[in-house]
Structures are given as C-alpha cells and as structure tokens.
Design a protein around this ligand. Structure first.
Ligand code: BG6
Length: 509
C-alpha cells in the first residue's frame, strides 16, 4: 500500500514551460446556442484566448439550428459573455476574440449540413492555418449524440487528414443507464479510437479535485495515513441551494443519483481512494481509478435498504425567501417520485479500505452551496473530543484544513480543537480558473487525464444501477423522504450516521 513517490513538476515551472502551448485548431461547438455554451463554454474559451492559451490561428465555429449569420452569432455571444462570470468585458479583448468566432447553421440530422461543415473546415484550414486539427464538442441533448457522431463519421470528419488530429468531446449525461452508456461507447468506437474521445466531467476540472493528486501523492505526511488503519470513515457532501432551474423536464427523468452521483461524485471518490498511479499519464491515472472502482462493493437490496436513502424537497425558506417544493417546479409532475437528495454508503473491498465507509450525500435546495470531503481519522490513544479531520473544501472557498487537538493554555490539561487552514484565496494571488477553462485547454493539448475513460463511465453506471432500479420500481416500499427547502436534507441521513456512532461534520465550517 506504500505509494511510489510521483514526480510532480513545480507549478511555476509548468506555467513557464512550452507544455501549455496548444496547437492551432478549429473548435466546433455543437449546441452553440444552448445554455451550457452560453454560460460556461464560451466564457471559458474567451478566458483562454485573452490569457494567451489559444494560438492566434485557432477558430471557434458555433454549430446550431437557429439560422444566424456569423455577425448575429457574435452579438449573441457578446451578450452571453456579459451575463457570465467573466463580468465586464474588455472591448479590445472582445474584438480580437470575436474575430475567431464563426457560425454554421446546422440541422443535425441533415447529411448535407455535415458536408457543408466539412467544406467550411477545409476553408478554415487554408485561411487560418488550423492544420486539419479539429475538436468537435457535443453540448447536446444526449438523444442527439449517436446520430451526430454517425453523420460526422459518414462524412469523413472523424478521420484525421495528414498530420492533423480529430478529438471529440462528449458532455454529460453520457447515457441514461448502463445499457445506453455501453451502446454509446460502442457507437463512438465505430468512428473514433478511445484516445480521441474526451468524456467531460466538469468536476474533474475543479482546482481542488485536481489538487487531490498532489495532496495525496506529492506529500509524505498524508499518504501513509490514507488507509483503514488510520481512517475511520469519509464524508462527502455536495449541497446546492439551487433547485432544478427550469430544467424540470430533464431532472424528472434524472434525479440526483444520475445527475450528480454516477458521474461527478464517483469520479471524486475514485481520486480519493485509488492507489498511486505509476505516473501522471492519462492511462496510469485511469487504470488506478479503474482498479479501485472495481473493488467498490455492489449495492444489494439489503445495502440499499439499510445504507442508502433518498429525499425530495418540499416548500421552505432559503436565504430568507420562501421557495416552492420540487413538485411545484415547472415541468415536474405533481406526484413526482424523483429524488432531489440521496445518500449512498460506498464501501471498497480491498486491503486499503476494508471496513471504511464513505458516506456520500448530495441534494438540491439545501441550506448552503458547499462541496467538501471530510476524512475522519481514528482516535489517538489519549483522544478526548473531536477526532482528527482533514477537510477538503472543493467549493466554495477552495482549500484544506487539518483539525486536531491541542492543549488549551493554562495549568490544567484541557484539550482544545484547532485547525491548520489553507485557503487558495488568501495563499495565492491568482484567480482560480473555471473547470471548463482547464479541461478545454487539456483537450487542445491532447491530455485526457481529467476526462473519463469508457470503462469508468460504464463502471459508474454499473454501480448505481441497482439503486436506480430499486428506487424506480413500483414495488419498492422505501420512503421518499420529504425535506424542507433550505434545510440540510432529511433527518434520516443524520440518524443513519448516528446509528453507527458517527455524525456529519457541519458543512461549510
Ligand atoms: C451539473 C448538474 O452536472 O452539475 C447540475 O447537471 C448541477 O444539476 C451542476 O447543478 C453542479 O455543478 P457545480 O459546478 O455548480 O457544482
């Protein structure tokens, strides 16, 4: 279990090196008029361009159904940017960036439209020097993934020409269950090698999630304690204050297990639990994740009944404002059984983790937006009070705190809990890049370490399928626990931990 020391490069060195210099490419954004493109992808590309990561030759081609001219598309992206987290837009920077933006109206089921796109790409190669390098980004409803890739393949666009490369990015959700995910993988592999497929999971682009590799394997002080001998249990909390944000139709068919757990939280868990990869190549990291996920214990009916639970929010108060319940949201059935909160207890049957529970909870409309991991250690021989905890603040206020007991000043020996607290915000004088900025740049660089490999996406589905099937079955009698919007979820989630002599560490503290 001893980890091999991984060689990590000093970050200032990496920034300065040539390794972050992408080759020019044409970036084709399918679904360019959609919400994700406007809120996240365009702002990320804009930041990459203004911060010098996008080579001057690179071009962004929006592809979507509306019949827009390139000028109209640019105007609509300008507006999207102003409403995004980028904030006030610098006019000079925008003018330079907007010249890279082009638009091709596309009906995704029309073969001719792909042929037209192919001709546009050839022209772009000639006129801008993008050298045949292409990224196709599918920011589409999942029902369109297979058809779009088939058309790209049949038009010859998934084949690289000359020295150029072709990469395909697939946004989540990747399938809606194990079967659909498997068949989508098979379909993609008909046209592309796995090495050209980039399955997006934006949690893997978050600063603190990427930091796990450094925290765990570049430090001597954590890894020797990172196992069943020293760790009592691990808590993962992913709390959102938002509800379903006008996405009721999608969410009704998804629920929190599909929307957050199968993908984001299992990926986070894999990074927390895996053995040290032999190096930081994508293959080594994916292999290590795959290995630990293979050891994740299956959810049996008994485990689902005793170690998992689900809830749905009812009207409540958030930040002093009354908010409706889930069933009152637009697009949601008045008798909906979709879970907006879930807690799963994950276990790994391997030498490192035998007997250590990982309590994972996630929910909408909870008291505060916070995602964090609490690693709770076993008691020291003279422990009195709270056991040692390592708190990984994924968001907001990214950082790490180590909580331990100290002697309170005075003549008597009184234990007092204190914390060593590291916060990115105060330790570094730089803006933390958004997850999409990092991941889009990785794709341009051909680095897929922080994307999801085919076997891992399937394993994620395989693990949650028994839970989804049980909760989705008309014969299931487990309760859908109501919780007030603005609370921390159903009280049963606390009772479950208490029944095992444990309790949730208050999130965000
Ligand atoms: C998305 C889910 O994948 O992640 C959303 O579909 C969720 O429902 C979002 O709100 C959360 O992302 P973040 O980065 O805000 O934690």
């Amino acid at each position: 279990m001893q980890s091999a020391a991984l060689r990590m490069e000093d970050s200032s060195h990496v920034e300065a090196s040539a390794s972050l210099h992408a080759e020019p490419c044409a970036f084709v954004l399918f679904g360019a008029s959609g919400d994700l493109a406007r809120r996240k992808l365009l702002p990320a590309l804009y930041r990459l361009a203004t911060e010098g990561y996008l080579p001057p030759e690179s071009v962004i081609i929006g592809a979507a159904l509306p019949l827009l001219s390139t000028e109209q598309f640019r105007a609509s992206m300008r507006e999207a940017l102003a409403h995004s987290e980028v904030g006030p837009v610098d006019e000079t920077a925008w003018r330079a960036f907007s010249r890279r933006l082009h638009y091709v109206p596309m009906n995704l089921s029309s073969a001719e439209d792909y042929q037209h796109l192919g001709r546009v790409l050839d022209t772009v190669d000639r006129e801008h020097g993008t050298r045949g390098n292409r990224i196709f980004y599918l920011s589409l409803a999942p029902t369109l993934h297979a058809e779009t890739v088939r058309h790209l393949g049949e038009t010859g666009l998934t084949r690289s020409h000359g020295p150029g490369w072709v990469r395909l990015v697939v946004e989540k959700p990747f399938g809606t269950d194990l079967e659909t995910a498997r068949s989508l993988n098979q379909h993609l592999h008909r046209y592309l090698d796995e090495s050209s497929v980039y399955r997006m999971d934006h949690y893997l682009g978050k600063e603190m999630v990427q930091n796990l590799l450094v925290l765990r394997f570049a430090n001597r002080i954590f890894e020797p304690l990172w196992d069943r001998r020293h760790i009592d249990h691990v808590q993962i909390t992913n709390a959102e204050t938002v509800g379903v944000e006008g996405r009721g139709g999608y969410y009704e068919k998804a629920g929190v297990v599909r929307d957050m757990m199968q993908n984001h939280l299992l990926q986070l868990l894999a990074l927390l639990t895996m053995e040290a990869p032999s190096d930081l190549s994508s293959q080594a990291v994916h292999d290590a994740k795959s290995q630990v996920m293979a050891a994740a214990r299956a959810f049996t009916p008994e485990r689902i009944r005793t170690e998992c639970l689900r809830g749905q929010y009812v009207p409540g108060v958030l930040s002093g404002q009354p908010v409706p319940g889930y069933r009152q949201e637009p697009g949601v059935a008045p008798d909906s059984r979709t879970e907006t909160f879930a807690m799963l207890t994950m276990r790994f049957d391997n030498p490192r983790w035998a007997g250590v529970p990982f309590y994972v909870r996630s929910g909408k409309r909870l008291a505060r937006r916070v995602t964090e991991v609490v690693v709770q250690f076993k008691d020291g021989p003279l422990a009195r009070g709270t056991p040692n905890q390592l708190l990984l603040r994924i968001q907001p206020d990214e950082g790490i705190a180590l909580r331990f007991a100290t002697k309170a000043p005075g003549r008597a020996t009184r234990h007092h809990d204190v914390a060593l607290d590291f916060r990115y915000g105060s330790a570094f004088d730089t803006r933390l890049a958004e997850a999409y900025e990092r991941l889009l740049l990785d794709c341009m660089l051909g680095v897929s370490t922080h994307y999801v490999r085919n076997d891992l996406v399937e394993r994620g589905w395989e693990l949650v399928m028994p839970v989804l099937e049980t909760w989705g079955s008309a014969h299931d009698s487990s309760p859908l626990l109501p919780y007030a919007a603005g609370s921390w979820g159903p009280a049963a989630a606390s009772h479950l931990l208490e029944s095992q002599g444990r309790r949730w560490s208050p999130p965000g503290e």
